[in-house]
Design a protein. Structure first.
Length: 297
């Protein structure tokens, strides 16, 4: 299915409907930085569907089968505004209980879920899995100090080039060779992003301006504003992509009602060897806060 956002861009997604009669509580989902919905979202969508939730999982603009130019370009604030439209679209679907909508985000979209949970009153429960908290602090760890000046110069050169009509500069998203300019070199990231996905839906590149924006994106600043909407954070114990300590510090600032679940492993553990644990915890949270049997707490 598809829907259209304000500027005419068409976004594509999957809609999961439960077998039971509606109205259904619903969950809206999206993928993380540089990924598509084919990178693990189907498993979560089906798990939530089996628990009685309608689920909308969409591709961000410029990724997967969604429209939008330039391709492989990530603007977190544009993605957030598009996601608001996805929620509006979800409200129009027959059988959806518009008063029982939750949001699930992972990695970069986990940061988006924090922002939307804090700023969109239609959201009644939040699950932020291995969420981006502070792009600036993460960037200080990812890029050594001696390389920052050259990176900033590359950002500016690309920006000036686009002003004069040149196409956006891209770099590889993953590469095992540390001497090759790429966003990520770690083997777990390479394995995750190069998993089999439908042909033509993912490209191993990202725009330079995506990386620049990521280094200034700090969704953790919104975490105190989520309450009284219930927040579950699922954090990986050895996460270096969305650093564990930054997530734990952010959780301490969140107000009640909130819950923290720590999963053993790195950033991609929730999608893989810890999938059952991460999906069960999210399902239980949504069930607790979005189903009439338990009532909102």
């Amino acid at each position: 299915m598809t829907f259209t956002v304000a500027d005419g861009t068409t976004l594509a997604g999957w809609l999961y409907r439960p077998d039971t009669a509606g109205p259904w509580p619903a969950i809206t989902m999206a993928h993380g930085f540089g990924a598509t919905r084919d990178h693990g979202l189907d498993d979560y969508g089906r798990a939530f569907q089996a628990a009685g939730f309608a689920v909308l999982a969409h591709d961000h603009r410029g990724f997967g089968t969604s429209g939008g130019q330039p391709r492989q370009d990530i603007d977190p604030w544009t993605q957030i505004e598009d996601w608001r439209t996805a929620i509006t679209f979800l409200e129009t679907i027959e059988g959806i209980d518009v008063d029982r909508i939750g949001i699930w985000g992972t990695s970069y979209s986990g940061g988006h879920a924090i922002v939307l949970g804090a700023t969109d009153p239609r959201i009644h429960a939040v699950v932020a899995q291995v969420p981006t908290i502070d792009g600036y602090a993460s960037g200080l760890r990812r890029v050594p100090p001696y390389a920052v000046a050259d990176l900033e110069a590359a950002f500016l050169e690309d920006q000036r080039g686009q002003f004069h009509g040149k196409p956006p500069v891209t770099k590889k998203f993953v590469d095992p060779d540390p001497t090759v300019p790429a966003a990520y070199h770690s083997q777990d990231t390479i394995d995750f992003f190069t998993q089999p996905v439908p042909e033509g839906t993912w490209s191993n590149e990202v725009t330079m301006q995506s990386i620049r924006r990521a280094r200034t994106y700090e969704p953790g600043r919104f975490i105190t504003r989520i309450a009284p909407t219930p927040l579950l954070m699922i954090v990986a114990s050895d996460d270096t992509i969305a650093p564990t300590d930054l997530a734990l510090q952010a959780y301490e600032h969140a107000l009640q009602p909130k819950s923290l679940h720590l999963i053993s492993g790195g950033h991609y553990a929730p999608y893989r060897d810890q999938f059952i644990e991460s999906s069960v915890m999210a399902t239980q949270w949504f069930t607790r806060h979005l189903t009439p049997q338990s009532g909102r707490q």
